[in-house]
Write a protein that binds this ligand. Structure first.
Ligand code: NAD
Length: 490
């Protein structure tokens, strides 16, 4: 297996017809790893055509047992190459190697194996018929070519979810990763070749989002688009899809609360919330960014959480002891630091962090300190907007109604966690918090079998689970005349 920087179309590695390329940098050093191709409109058309042809010739007609075998083989190929994939992901995204290996790559392999099994569960049902002589049943059919667009924060894992669920249902795919972190998605070209999946079933293109979005929405061959990324871009893409009557699944931004009750187990809560806030440097859609803490435990929580945040080992992402690496790009570091400055300017209290790290090994990369604010009010930008970095804000609350009101005080609704030993309070909060996922005494756990999707501005539809595969199908109703002498109108 090797790093690839070309387009993977119809089973072949090719250069863009435009000759344009884009730099891929390692965020720990800002050195160039390679340059990827910027697909031209013609290249995108070729990728869509390759997927369409593979759908019509082979994948769309293949029986589910055979599809299942191929998807298991991709899962096996990921497991065989896990170390290499994890290192590429770490170099490209900046996430600690321990996370790339144990979260991203391990979950991606599990995702392929899970959806390989789900291939055999995509089925319709026999419906009740008002005539004994008419059989009525439904079948779930693939949609055709699915267009997928993904972000830079968990590229390998998010790509695996989109590819495995769409292919399990019998679709083929063209997928485009983000320009800041395209390398692990390109590795799927290698993995699919190793697993001997027929050419054209998966096509990977790199290039601008705008050109890809336009090619996908204007193509008559693509009737379904699955997008993960920011709410702004998702909203625009959805507009283009609805006006053309195309299906569109959207996994968008978040501003998820961790709701901490006074009766929680404090030690476990600190560990769990720390993982919720700082996994992947906080560049995580469902990151716990608003910590809403009951008054009875507020002081103890703040003291322990700030001490634990200061103790996080920020370091070079390839080192096994590193728990927080650099942010993805100098521009993104600037955006996150602007939020830190806005928090200070609006009067929030900076409890720790807030600085870019520039000394020694950090000099060339995009490193910053884990950062915590208190005395945050609902009007502040750091309370309202997705920061997408290692920045948490803490507020105090009194009683269930206040906890619920603060948790729901956001236009996002991706996820939330509740930290308590009181079962009644836990289930009450689960039902009253407006979010697609609620965890108890956990944060940032996502399983291939558990449907995942956002409420409000966090998305539309859900992926993963059996539901995620069914979303990649359309339903046909079939009626069969079994009248012994046919049906007579009169
Ligand atoms: P982004 O929206 O800037 O980009 C996402 C993808 O969209 C990229 O591949 C980009 O090239 C492409 N794109 C850009 N312009 C486009 C256009 N006009 N049409 C079609 N595609 C276009 O997001 P990002 O900065 O890469 O990722 C961060 C965002 O993703 C955050 O908001 C985060 O919360 C969200 N996210 C959500 C989930 C989830 O499951 N809900 C998971 C991960 C990330």
């Amino acid at each position: 297996m090797q790093i690839r920087n070309q387009l993977f179309i119809g089973g072949q590695w090719i250069n863009s017809s435009s000759g344009d390329t884009a730099k891929v940098i390692n965020p720990a050093t800002n050195e160039v790893i390679t340059r990827t191709q910027m697909a031209s409109p013609g290249d995108l058309q070729n990728a869509i055509k390759a997927a369409e042809s593979a759908f019509e010739r082979v994948w769309g007609r293949m029986n589910p047992f055979e599809r299942s075998k191929y998807l298991h083989r991709v899962g096996d190929a990921i497991e065989r190459n896990q170390k290499f994939i994890a290192e590429v992901e770490t170099d490209d995204v900046g996430k600690p190697i321990i996370e790339s290996l144990n979260v991203d790559v391990a979950s991606a392999a599990a995702t392929f194996h899970y959806f390989a099994d789900i291939c055999l569960e995509v089925m319709g049902e026999v419906k009740p018929s008002p005539f004994n002589e008419v059989l009525d049943y439904t079948v779930r059919e693939p949609i055709g070519v699915v267009g997928a667009i993904i972000p830079w924060n968990f590229p390998f894992l998010i790509a695996s979810r989109k590819i495995a669920s769409a292919l399990a249902a019998g679709n083929t795919m063209v997928i485009k990763p983000a320009t800041w972190a395209p390398l692990s998605t390109l590795l799927f070209g290698e993995l699919f070749t190793e697993a001997e999946v027929p050419p054209g079933v998966l096509n990977v293109v790199t290039g601008t989002g705008a050109a890809t979005g336009q090619a996908f929405t204007e193509s008559s061959a693509i009737e379904e688009i699955t997008f993960t990324g920011s709410t702004d871009i998702g909203r625009r893409l959805y507009g283009s899809c609805t006006s053309r009557l195309k299906g569109c699944t959207l996994e968008l931004g978040g501003k998820s609360p961790a709701v901490v009750l006074a009766d929680c187990n404090l030690e476990e809560t600190i560990d769990g919330v720390l993982f919720g806030v700082y996994l992947n440097q906080g560049e995580c859609c469902c990151a716990a960014t608003r910590l809403i803490v009951e008054a009875g435990i507020y002081d103890a929580f703040v003291e322990r959480f700030v001490a634990a945040s200061k103790a996080i080992k920020v370091g070079m992402p390839r080192e096994e002891t590193t728990r927080m690496g650099p942010l993805i790009h100098p521009d993104h570091l600037k955006t996150v630091m602007n939020y830190v400055e806005s928090g200070k300017a609006e009067g929030a209290k900076l409890l720790c962090g807030g600085k870019v790290l520039t000394e020694g090994e950090f000099a060339k990369g995009n490193f910053m300190e884990p950062t915590v604010f208190s005395e945050v009010t609902p009007a502040m930008k750091i309370w309202r907007e997705e920061i997408f970095g290692p920045v948490a804000v803490i507020t105090k609350a009194s009683g269930i109604d206040d906890l619920v009101q603060q948790a729901n005080d956001t236009h996002y609704g991706l996820a939330a966690s509740v930290w308590t030993t009181n079962l009644r309070a836990a289930h009450t909060l689960a039902s009253r918090i407006h979010a697609g996922t609620v965890w108890f005494n956990l944060h940032n756990f996502v399983f291939p079998s558990a449907p995942y999707g956002g409420y409000k501005a966090s998305g539309l539809g859900s992926e993963l689970g059996k539901e995620g595969v069914l979303a990649m199908t359309r339903m046909k109703n079939v009626m069969v005349n079994m009248f012994p002498n046919g049906f007579k109108w009169y």
